[in-house]
Structure formats: C-alpha cells, structure tokens
Design a protein around this ligand. Structure first.
Ligand SMILES: *Cc1c(COP(=O)(O)O)cnc(C)c1O
Length: 402
C-alpha cells in the first residue's frame, strides 16, 4: 500500500468538499481582547476575534493572570505526575472545592479538559452500572458520544429536546434497570437550551440518573454563574454536572460535580483520570481565581447577554440571516460549505474580522454557518464594523438575506 498517497487522497476529498480545516495563527493580546494579531506566512495582520469561546474574556483578567503567575513561581511549571503519583497539589484540591461549592454539590473532580471529563465520566458510569441504558440527545457533543461508546453500555438516541420521545423510551424499560440520561444545557451550534427541569421530572418518574453538560452554560447563566440549571432553579436535581474551565472561565481543564460517591467512583475507576498527568498547578490556581471572579460578578453576565442581544438586533436590521437562538450564541446561516469558507476568508483577509466557518460534521450539511460569540469586550464600534463587513460579503457572494 502507498500510505502517503492514501492519506493525501483522504485530505483531497475534504478539500474538494470545501471543509478542509485551516487554522488561523493568532497572538491574542492580553488586556486588549478581542484584538489579536494574525500571522500569514510570518507577516502580521491586526484582527478582531468574533468566534472565541473565552466568552467573558477571563483569559486576560488581571486576577486570573496574577494567580497563574504566583502559582508558577510557587510550584513551577508542571504537576509532575498523575493525581495519584505525586501530581496532586493544594491548588487542585482547592479548585475541586470551589467547583463543588459553585454547583452546590458535595464533590467535584477535575480533568485535563472538558472532553476528557465527558469521555471518562460517561464511559466509567456506563461501564460500572450493571446493564445500564444510556439515553442520549441526538445533538450531544462528540465527547459525550465517545464516552457512551467507550462504556459499551446500551445506548438509545432521543430526538433533540423531544420529551415525548424520551419518555416513550424510558417507559419501555423496567423501572429497576439502571438508566442515565445524557444531555446539554446549551447546544453550542444552534444556541438552544435543553429542557432541564422536564428531563429531571422524567428521570425521577422513571428512576434514571441525569448527566448534564453545562460547558456553554457555566459562568454565563444563573445568579453566580453556575449555569442554566442554576438559572432554572434545578441544579440540585441534576445528578452529574459536567463543565469546562476553558470557555467562560478562560483557562483550560474540565470537571464533573456530583455526590462524593459518584466522584469517588470516577476517580477510582476512570481511566482518562487515572492514567493522565494532572493539570499544572498554575492552571488550577488560575481557574479557581477565574471562577471566584465570575461567581461574584453578575455584571459580567448581564453585559454578555446585552452584547448578544444588541448584535442579534443589528444583524436583523441589516437583513442578515441570523438564526433564532435564545442564548448568547449568534449563528448566521450560509448553507453551503464552500461559500461559508469563502465568506470567512474574505472577512479575514479584507476586513480583519476573524470568524471560523462551521461546516459538516460539526453541523448538518446545508446548515453551514458563521457562529458569532459576542462578549463584554466587543464594543459598539466593533459591532458596527462587523455588520458592515458581513453585509459587503453577503452582497459580493450573493448569499441569501434574511
Ligand atoms: C467544547 C465542548 C466540550 C469539551 O470541552 P473542552 O474543555 O474544550 O475539552 C464538551 N462539551 C461541549 C458541548 C463542548 O462544546
């Protein structure tokens, strides 16, 4: 076999479809988000970032940076091992306490990423529970799908947010069979919410555990930023809350918060936890500082919501096809992979506006889109420039208006 030719062909197929991924090489400027410098063959170009998941700009917050600097000076660069073999620092322990307290649970467990948290927690729970059935929303993130797959438990997929479908699947099972419902609070590509209270009702009625991915909710919703479940007053009813430290908290890492028994089981049996080195202590310290700031600063969340509403309004005014989204995520429909990529190339090269195209398999074919994530640091002038640039690109490529 000609291995090189084989892999070359696989890549050529992606390119022919217009969904070959090209990374923008960026230097974000601490203190000046969303401003960044993009490097094209080494040459710098100033850009404004419109697609970051560092929703609140916590990655440049002075308290976060100070905590990270101090912990590096105190503990050095890396953790030095897995959590079990010399890698647990006081910063990890304090971070887990902070997370448990944020979600009003008794325990939390930190992972190297939100992806690993989902992969490990779901694969461990599904494998440990005897004859477990996992009920999974059809739009669940890849990290949950892979976690469920690795568990080798039986899985059924329910139609997105369809409570009747979920109930019919639950009702078909013996009450005593272990069941786990896996879903999200904010679906990150469409920006719609999961019906958390109603799913908890069903879980109680049919004796199931609930596993909620709050990755796009934590920091952003609820009185102290614990997520949509907190906003909805149902956080105590969700058995396992999973989140990331890399999006609204602006650092890196993932976690679950649950009972001490569930966290201890994942800690003790979860391979992606046991066999991987701990996060650097400075990351843990920075994440904890970020959570503390976000918890006590509702103004950040108010500003975030205001910025999203303002941008949606502006897009409407300019007849750009903003997709209906009740959350902070602002998707704009293009509907074609090649033109989605072309539109973002023009925005970047000609207007210094950086938006990554969202194509299949992240979203279904025909719904390719731009996914805008306005935040407290995008000002009115930047919004105006964005909308004018989008309108110019829409005209140039003859894309459909709203
Ligand atoms: C980004 C994301 C993850 C993974 O989190 P990371 O910390 O980036 O690994 C998990 N679930 C959802 C819904 C996500 O969007």
């Amino acid at each position: 076999m000609d291995y090189t030719a084989f892999f070359h062909d696989r890549i050529a197929a992606l390119k022919a479809e217009g969904r070959y991924r090209v990374f923008a090489e960026l230097a974000r400027h601490a203190g000046h988000f969303p401003a960044a410098t993009r490097f094209v063959d080494g040459a710098p170009q100033p850009v404004t970032v419109w697609c970051s998941n560092d929703y609140l700009g916590m990655g440049q917050h002075p308290e976060v940076l100070a905590a990270m600097h101090a912990a590096v000076d105190e503990c050095g660069a890396g953790a030095g091992g897995t959590r079990n073999i010399s890698g647990t620092s006081r910063h990890h322990v304090a971070l887990e306490r902070e997370l448990a307290s944020l979600h009003e649970k008794e325990a939390a467990l930190v992972f190297t990423s939100g992806y690993t948290a989902n992969l490990t927690a779901l694969s461990t729970l599904g494998a440990l529970l005897p004859d477990c059935l996992i009920l999974s929303d059809e739009l669940n993130h890849n990290s949950m799908i892979e976690g469920i797959r690795h568990s080798r438990a039986d899985k059924v997929v329910f139609r997105h947010n369809d409570l009747d479908h979920l109930e019919s699947l639950l009702a078909a099972q013996p009450r005593e069979r272990p069941k786990l419902i896996a879903f999200e609070s904010v679906y990150s590509m469409d920006g719609d919410f999961g019906p958390i209270a109603e799913i908890c009702d069903l879980a109680e009625r049919y004796n199931a555990l609930t596993y909620l991915d709050e990755v796009h909710g934590v920091g952003l919703y609820g009185a102290t930023g614990a997520g949509v479940a907190q906003r909805d007053g149902v956080m105590h009813r969700v058995d396992i809350i999973q989140g990331t430290l890399a999006k609204a908290f602006g650092v890196v890492g993932g976690y679950v918060a649950a009972t001490p028994e569930i966290c201890d089981a994942i800690r003790s049996y979860g391979q992606g936890f046991i066999f991987s080195s701990a996060l650097p202590p400075a990351i843990a310290a920075a994440a904890q500082a970020s959570i503390a700031v976000v918890r006590r600063t509702p103004a950040l969340r108010e500003k975030h919501q205001e910025r999203a509403a303002t941008l949606k309004h502006l897009l409407h005014e300019w007849r750009l096809p903003v997709m209906r989204s009740p959350s902070h995520i602002v998707p704009v429909l293009v509907g074609d992979a090649a033109r989605c990529k072309l539109a973002t190339d023009i925005l970047l090269d000609d207007f210094g506006i950086y938006i990554q195209p969202i194509n299949y398999p992240t979203v279904p074919r025909g719904t390719e889109r731009l996914r805008l994530t306005p935040g407290p640091h995008h000002d009115d002038l930047q919004m105006r420039r964005l909308v004018e640039a989008l309108a110019a690109v829409w005209r140039r490529l003859e894309l459909a208006a709203a």
